[in-house]
Unconditional design. Structure first.
Length: 238
């Protein structure tokens, strides 16, 4: 959401979809989301402007749409799409395939279908495991998406003395081994750390600009305090 683009009461702010190149470390495209729409309609328009041959395009679950996948494939690229509950049949099939595999191969962690990484930085320890299965006739929904591999990434994290454990699922039109799949899923998050963080923190794109009569009374009270008091004074009271 672009800062200060909501002009007048009830107006909608301008929302942008960005394309981030993980190899170049730069934004290579932007598309404004149409009024009364969302990024699902903006993504295909933006993809049409890009040269995707040989590229692996990763998108969050909201972008896991048949039209978007087809657009990428028609432009000679490959997709890596997050799988969640917005596509129940796809989500169920992927989870059931991995659960069946784990039930039969609990101790088998060798070969190109599995890899793991250990990280310890910024006070955080993380253990990541990645499994990849090849799509076959037992996965009719994945075949409808023209997927070649399904991917599961488990992350066990310890941060500030608290433990977190979660699993993310993906489908890809590219035949990936576990090492390549884990690298690609990790690289996807660079858009948050290197682009969105810079836009939000350095440029203040998402900064709240409450107008008179629009933010809550508490928000306006805090705004006055921030302008008139020191950070230490605020911390002592909130």
């Amino acid at each position: 959401a672009l800062r200060a683009t909501a002009k007048g009461r009830g107006a909608n702010a301008v929302h942008m979809v960005n394309v981030w190149s993980t190899e170049l470390g730069m934004c290579v495209g932007q598309q404004k989301v149409a009024d009364k729409s969302n990024e699902i309609t903006a993504i295909p328009e933006l993809l049409q402007l890009l040269e995707l041959k040989g590229c692996l395009v990763s998108i969050d679950a909201m972008g896991t749409q048949v039209k978007i996948a087809d657009t990428i494939l028609k432009k000679s690229g490959d997709y890596l799409l997050a799988v969640k509950d917005n596509h129940p049949s796809l989500n169920t099939e992927v989870k059931e395939q991995f659960q069946a595999y784990w039930d039969k191969n609990e101790t088998d962690v060798s070969g190109p279908g599995f890899t793991e990484q250990f990280d310890s930085e910024h006070g955080r320890k993380e253990h990541r495991r990645c499994w990849v299965l090849v799509v076959d006739e037992s996965m009719p929904v994945c075949q409808q998406w023209k997927a070649k591999t399904i991917i599961a990434v488990q992350a066990e994290r310890v941060e500030n003395g608290k433990g977190y454990d979660f699993v993310r699922f993906y489908i890809s039109s590219r035949a990936l081994d576990a090492t390549s799949a884990l690298k690609a899923t990790r690289a996807h998050w660079s858009v948050e750390n290197l682009l969105h963080w810079t836009l939000d923190i350095a440029f203040g794109e998402d900064q709240l600009q409450a107008r008179a009569g629009s933010g809550s009374t508490h928000d306006r009270y805090l705004h006055k305090l921030i302008k008139s008091r020191s950070v230490e004074w605020l911390q002592a009271r909130f």
